[in-house]
Write a protein that binds this ligand. Structure first.
Ligand SMILES: NC(=O)C1=CN([C@@H]2O[C@H](COP(=O)(O)OP(=O)(O)OC[C@H]3O[C@@H](n4cnc5c(N)ncnc54)[C@H](OP(=O)(O)O)[C@@H]3O)[C@@H](O)[C@H]2O)[C@@H](O)CC1
Ligand SMILES: Nc1ncnc2c1ncn2[C@@H]1O[C@H](COP(=O)(O)OP(=O)(O)O)[C@@H](O)[C@H]1O
Ligand SMILES: [Mg+2]
Length: 277
């Protein structure tokens, strides 16, 4: 198991070429946010925008439109009740898709997940989080052939892998991943572990100041934005996971809890500092 270091992250968060444009920094689509959990999709979207995604679209319940635009005018909106062909076209247009933050477990949520799995191609990156992971486990959905990243907390991983939390050892996790077709796994907990093929990385920063609703939703947006602009790889995912906790650690020097929205606000300055060092 390798520890993720600042030096590894500095290699990923590089200066932008002067002659570049938004189309080169990733079209990110966030699918989630039902009537109960709109904040989850919004935090994911705001994290993606602040972590540098070129274009961000949120496919969510109509009820979230006004608050999304009031809070984040940079984001575009698609009603997740729109006709299926329009939803599929939106999915096809994205470079990186996040599905799950605040999606819920209804029949409509399941339809959106199945449509995404059916539509996504091998050249796109798909990040499956939150409710979408629970739906995959509950309905035994086969995972699609794409650049796949799973971001479960320990209970979501337990549902997916059938491994009780106490049995989530490195070798058991690797065996489960092989059965799932070797996606990248971000197993979120204190000292998060990241798995890819035979490699395992560990985060040794981060504290319980992150133990608040929305921390994981925020992480999905950071991972998506990083994959969109720095290319999808294990190094890129590691850099995103590290950035999320490193910002929390900085804030936790003076704060008991670090709010997801505060981590989001600190992203542009943190990335500038790393890219200049
Ligand atoms: N503002 C918003 O809109 C927000 C919306 N959200 C959205 O809610 C949806 C449901 O997601 P969820 O994670 O809240 O619920 P679920 O999947 O049932 O898991 C919780 C269960 O797992 C257990 N558990 C064990 N180990 C654990 C661990 N390491 N980390 C965490 N939990 C652990 C835990 O144990 P217990 O609390 O019983 O001790 C409990 O039994 C999802 O779409 C998400 O995006 C939230 O992000 C909040 C902010
Ligand atoms: N005690 C802790 N130490 C370090 N990191 C933590 C701790 N508790 C939670 N986190 C981090 O906070 C995030 C929580 O994710 P998740 O449970 O999906 O939250 P939510 O779904 O509410 O957004 C993960 O990145 C996890 O590693
Ligand atoms: Mg979560």
């Amino acid at each position: 198991m390798q520890v993720i270091t600042t030096e590894m992250v500095q290699k990923v968060i590089v200066k932008r070429p002067a002659n570049s444009h938004k189309g080169q920094f990733g079209r990110v689509l966030i699918i989630g946010g039902n009537q109960q959990y709109g904040g989850a999709a919004m935090m994911s979207a705001e994290a993606a925008v602040n972590a540098g995604a070129g274009l961000v679209t949120v496919m969510t319940d109509q009820i979230n439109l006004t608050s999304l635009h009031a809070r984040l005018p940079e984001a575009m909106f698609v009603d997740y009740q729109a006709p299926t062909n329009q939803l599929a076209q939106t999915i096809r247009n994205a470079d990186v898709i996040v599905i799950g933050p605040g999606l819920g477990l209804t029949a409509h949520a399941l339809m959106l997940l199945q449509l995404t799995f059916k539509t996504v191609t091998a050249t796109q990156t798909l990040l499956v989080d939150g409710s979408a992971l629970t739906l995959v486990a509950k309905h035994h959905l086969p995972l699609p052939n794409t650049q796949l990243i799973l971001t479960p907390h320990q209970m979501e991983w337990s549902r997916l892998s059938q491994l009780p939390i106490a049995h989530q050892t490195i070798s058991a996790n690797q065996q489960s991943l092989a059965q799932l077709g070797q996606p990248i796994l971000v197993l979120k907990k204190h000292h998060t572990e990241i798995y890819h093929d035979q490699a395992v990385y560990q985060l040794t920063i981060g504290t319980p100041a992150l133990a608040t609703g929305g921390s994981g939703d925020t992480l999905t947006g950071i991972i998506a934005a990083f994959c969109g602009q720095f290319q999808t790889s294990i190094a890129t995912v590691n850099a995103a996971v590290y950035t999320h906790s490193a910002i929390s650690d900085q804030l936790a020097q003076t704060q008991y809890v670090t709010l997801p929205t505060q981590i989001i606000q600190a992203l542009p300055a943190f990335m500038a500092k790393l890219s200049q060092s």
